[in-house]
Design a protein around this ligand. Structure first.
Ligand code: DOR
Ligand code: ZN
Length: 335
């Protein structure tokens, strides 16, 4: 079995900076482009910092045809600043983090009222808002508790291009169905694992991420929605490399490194469920339609030839462990 995908997109990707960027960037070049997260240290909050980051990404991609859709870390802004952001080449939208909710998000928003005038302007200007939707409540309830905020945003700013990033619950899917003016991304790991895989036996730090994987019924609902080609559900890997020593540690950093295996594993899952014909929508067409994107021309062909996943990626002095490290997965990319 084989499938050729046209311009696959990763709608949520952490590429980091410095040596980690040099390691990670080449491992996403089977994608035609990706939405790049701004949670560097310090976060990317200005158009000039964003442009600098975009050029470092381009250098790390080493000539590969790849569109980095750049995001700015959301901070309250006036009209002039928004115009300058929108006019910056490569700018895609803003990523809003609740303050302190995840890696490098201390400068995020603690009260949505602080964001009101900026969001009104973004709505008028057609600038997308991508949201890390978690409350500070009990870890398993954080996403569900945040749904009231999404509901508020979708109602108060009905024309705002709003994305619920990396959804992990059946309840978030219900909200997606209720509000035709919002879209959502979902990761690879949340289509596959539950909290049991992370912490039900020996702790598996390389599967620990935020939001944490939830219940089997949540995973199953997300998988069915993706397989069905839900028109407002898009693939966003949230691939988030951390140095091995920060994962295999007391105080494990959150993030699953899936970039190198994302497309083969998605093809394997869609094929196993008889839904290969909907993979193109999930990994590209839904995003292109929703955001009006025209990515670079690129095709990637996958087939049901197994591949062994490296135990660890090492370069530039960094070591990162991918999902399925050392295991064999059922599909691979043709040469
Ligand atoms: O698991 C995660 N890792 N979730 C996030 O929201 C951030 C990410 C990271 O940057 O490491
Ligand atoms: Zn993320």
């Amino acid at each position: 079995m084989k499938i050729t995908l046209n311009a696959p997109l990763d709608m949520h990707l952490h590429l980091r900076d410095g040596d980690m960027l040099k390691l990670a960037a080449p491992l996403s070049t089977d994608f035609a482009g990706a939405v790049i997260m701004p949670n560097l240290v310090p976060p990317v909050t200005t158009p000039s910092a964003m442009q600098g980051y975009a050029s470092r990404i381009a250098a790390a991609m080493d000539g590969a045809a790849f569109s980095p859709y750049m995001t700015l870390f959301f901070t309250p802004m006036g009209e002039k600043e928004l115009i300058s952001a929108r006019e910056t080449p490569g700018f895609f939208g803003f990523k809003l983090y609740p303050a302190g909710i995840t890696t490098n998000s201390e400068g995020g928003i603690s009260d949505m009222a602080q964001a009101d005038s900026t969001l009104k302007l973004m709505e008028e200007m057609g600038i997308p808002l991508l949201v890390h939707g978690e409350s500070h409540g009990f870890v398993m309830d954080r996403e569900q508790e945040f749904l009231a905020v999404y509901r508020h945003l979708a109602t108060r700013y009905p024309r705002l291009k709003l994305s619920m990033e990396h959804i992990t619950t059946a309840a978030a899917l219900q909200l997606l169905d209720e509000f035709p003016n919002i879209c959502a991304t979902v990761t690879l790991q949340h289509l596959i694992i539950t909290l049991d895989d992370v912490a039900g036996g020996a702790l598996r730090p390389h599967l620990f991420c935020k939001p944490i994987a939830k219940r089997p019924e949540d995973r199953d609902a997300l998988l069915q929605a993706a397989l069905s080609g839900h028109p407002r559900l898009m693939f966003g890997s949230d691939s988030a490399p951390h140095p091995r020593c920060r994962k295999e540690a007391c105080g494990c950093a959150a993030g699953v490194f899936t970039a190198p295996i994302a497309l083969p594993k998605l093809a394997e899952i869609f094929a196993a469920n008889g839904a290969l014909e909907n993979l193109q929508a999930f990994v590209s067409d839904n995003a292109c339609r929703w955001y009006n994107l025209t990515p670079v021309q690129k095709t990637v062909t996958l087939h049901d030839e197994p591949m062994t996943v490296p135990a660890c990626y090492r370069s530039y002095g960094e070591q990162v462990v991918p999902m399925y490290a050392g295991e064999t997965i059922g599909w691979s990319i043709t040469d």
